[in-house]
Design a protein around this ligand. Structure first.
Ligand code: FAD
Length: 294
């Protein structure tokens, strides 16, 4: 099974896509439609997030395994330390290996219920993603990724401290990092500069979400932890009551961000799809990131 790093070092530049585990059979159909629509476009990898608990975690394992076994795509499973003992984490990592998954995004996760609540480690678990990176490495020949935060992680004192912890995670054995959402290409490029200034040359992949609706804009504000900058507000605000015009302006904006990031030499663009493929397909086609035969 191919690794993410092998894909990043092959034909480039590329794009990848992120999905969340479906909660029921209707959502599963929607997800699989998106997967099948994206498959011919040859994304570098397809990642499936790891839920807050219970059945959604089983769905992550099952869906990632299905991607490995029933498609031509390269799967990457997310894993979090939330509410897991080390023994349980070993078990999940073993399941990933058993279903043919070689790529893991090792993230700490947020406290269940209130993501901003106090982080309490499982008494027999892990405290930081860095430890999860080490555990994945110890257990097998996995290609491991981590999360990066252009504006700094919300729990961090400042961006420089947060960048130091990111570099520690990478040096603990991670092969690459995927960035949380951000609004302007320069926000990502500044993170890349900070990482380079600490002597780390691991691959950093920017995360983008096609801004098709005011809801996706609100999601970007929530996940990035940043307010909409004037440059973005100027382009989207006039269309909040016009869904067609908003979608066009949002897709144009994300395409322009992608163009600038590719011109700056990023190895790939990672799209947060919300389990839909249409807008991502539009953006990657406009950026020339799809194989010529499609
Ligand atoms: P860590 O790297 O452990 O960092 C957590 C905090 O501790 C930060 O403030 C950091 O600066 C600080 N820190 C790190 N190391 C140290 C140290 N050694 N000493 C002191 N402080 C330290 N969540 C999910 O639940 N499921 C998912 O599938 C998921 N996928 C994600 C994918 C991406 C690309 C991104 C960007 C985020 C994802 N998240 C997911 C969200 C993520 O779990 C949260 O943002 C979480 O709060 C931080 O995870 P982390 O891995 O960055 O944690």
């Amino acid at each position: 099974m191919t690794t993410v790093v092998e894909r990043l070092h092959g034909r480039g530049p590329l794009f990848s896509v992120e999905f969340f585990p479906p909660r029921d059979s209707a959502e599963e159909l929607v997800l699989w439609r998106a997967i099948r629509e994206l498959e011919p476009l040859d994304p570098a990898f397809v990642s499936i997030t790891y839920g807050a608990g219970g059945s959604s975690r089983d769905f992550t394992i099952r869906t990632t395994g299905r991607v490995a076994q029933e498609t031509t795509l390269v799967p990457m499973a997310h894993l979090t330390a939330v509410d897991h003992s080390v023994a349980e984490l070993r078990n999940v990592i073993g399941w990933y290996a058993a279903v043919g998954v070689r790529n893991i995004l090792a993230v700490r996760g947020d406290p269940p219920g209130d993501p901003n609540g106090e982080w309490i480690a499982h008494p027999e678990g892990l405290t930081y993603a860095e430890e999860l990176v080490r555990l994945c490495r110890e257990l097998g020949d996995f290609c491991v990724g981590v999360a990066a935060f252009p504006y700094g992680h919300p729990r961090s004192g400042d961006v420089d401290e947060d960048t130091k912890f990111l570099v520690r995670k990478l040096r603990a054995g991670a092969d690459f990092a995927i960035a949380q959402l951000f609004f302007e290409p320069e926000d990502f490029l500044r993170l890349r500069d900070r990482v380079a200034a600490l002597g780390c040359d691991a691959a950093l992949i920017p995360g983008l979400m096609p801004l098709t609706t005011p809801r996706t804009l609100a999601k970007t504000i929530e996940l990035s932890g940043a307010d909409v900058p004037p440059s973005v507000a100027r382009k989207l605000d006039p269309f909040v009551d016009d869904p067609v015009a908003f979608r066009k302006a949002g897709v144009d904006l994300v395409t322009e961000m992608g163009e600038r990031l590719l011109a700056e030499g990023v190895p790939s663009l990672h799209f947060y799809t919300l389990n839909r493929s249409k807008a991502t397909r539009e953006v990657v086609a406009r950026l020339g990131l799809v194989p010529a035969r499609t």
